[in-house]
Write a protein that binds this ligand. Structure first.
Ligand SMILES: C[S@@+](CC[C@H](N)C(=O)[O-])C[C@H]1O[C@@H](n2cnc3c(N)ncnc32)[C@H](O)[C@@H]1O
Length: 221
C-alpha cells in the first residue's frame, strides 16, 4: 500500500464526510501563501479532533502548537458559545497568520493565541490559575512532549482528554538507540504514559494525506 493510495483515500473521504468550508480552506491556503510549513493536521484528523472535543463536551480547551490555526479552528468549532480555547505558539509570524485565519473563521471571540515558548506560557497560565481544561491537544516541538504531558496532567481534571500528535513518526519510535530528539522525546512520552496511573491511554496509528504517524489519546481517571 503506497502513500499515494493513502492520500487518494483521504481525498475521497474528505469529500464525502469532511468537506472543508471556505474558512478552513482559506486557513490552509493563507498559511501556505505566508510561507508556513504545511505540517497542520489533515482535514480528516481535524474533524476527528472536533468530534473528540464535542464527545467530551469540552468547554475549556488548551492547544500547544498553533501554526496557522487550522486545528484550532476545528477545535473551536466544538466549543459551546461560552467556551474558551487557549492556543500556545512560539513563532510570532505563525500566531499572526493564525489570528487572521481565526478571524475569517469567526472564532476569534472564543480563542486566545499566546505567543512565547509553550513552557513559559504554561507556567504563566498556572500563575493565572487557568484550567482545568477538558481537552488538551499537544502538537508543538516533539522533544518537549514529556514536559507538555506533565503540564497537561497538572491542568486536567478527571475526564480530561489529552491528545498528542505525531507519536509514531513512520515507525521511527521503535529505535531505542535513536539520537533524534523528536524520537527520544516521544519514547520518553510513552514511558510516562505507560507508568502514569492517572491516565488511561491508547495509541492510534494513522495513514493518510500526512503519511504514516499516530495519535496518543489519554483520559485522566
Ligand atoms: C505541527 S505545528 C502545529 C500544527 C497545528 N496544531 C495544526 O494542526 O494546525 C507545531 C507548531 O508548534 C510551534 N512550536 C514549536 N516549538 C514551540 C515551543 N517551544 N513553544 C510553542 N510553540 C512551539 C511551531 O512554531 C509550530 O507552529
Amino acid at each position: 500500500m503506497s502513500e499515494e493510495t493513502w492520500a487518494a483515500v483521504d481525498a475521497y473521504l474528505v469529500e464525502l464526510v469532511a468537506p472543508e468550508d471556505p474558512a478552513l480552506r482559506s486557513a490552509r491556503e493563507e498559511s501556505d501563501a505566508a510561507g508556513l510549513p504545511s505540517i497542520q493536521v489533515s482535514t480528516l484528523q481535524g474533524k476527528l479532533l472536533m468530534l473528540l472535543a464535542r464527545i467530551r463536551g469540552a468547554r475549556q480547551i488548551l492547544e500547544i502548537g498553533t501554526l496557522g490555526g487550522y486545528s484550532t479552528i476545528w477545535l473551536a468549532r466544538a466549543l459551546p458559545v461560552d467556551g474558551k480555547l487557549i492556543s500556545l505558539e512560539v513563532d510570532p509570524r505563525h500566531a499572526e497568520v493564525a489570528r487572521e485565519n481565526l478571524a475569517r473563521a469567526g472564532v476569534s471571540a472564543s480563542v486566545e493565541v499566546r505567543v512565547g515558548r509553550a513552557i513559559d506560557s504554561l507556567r504563566q497560565l498556572a500563575e493565572e490559575g487557568a484550567g482545568p481544561f477538558d481537552f488538551i491537544f499537544i502538537d508543538a516541538d516533539k522533544p518537549s512532549n514529556p514536559e507538555y504531558l506533565e503540564w497537561a496532567i497538572r491542568f486536567s481534571r478527571p475526564g480530561t482528554l489529552i491528545v498528542v500528535d505525531n507519536v509514531v513518526r513512520t515507525g521511527a519510535i521503535l529505535d531505542p538507540s535513536s539520537q533524534d530528539p523528536a524520537i527520544v522525546g516521544t519514547r520518553r512520552l510513552f514511558d510516562l504514559l505507560s507508568a502514569e496511573p492517572r491516565l488511561e491511554t491508547t495509541v492510534i496509528q494513522t495513514v493518510g494525506a500526512k503519511g504514516y504517524d499516530g495519535f496518543a489519546l489519554a483520559v485522566v481517571v
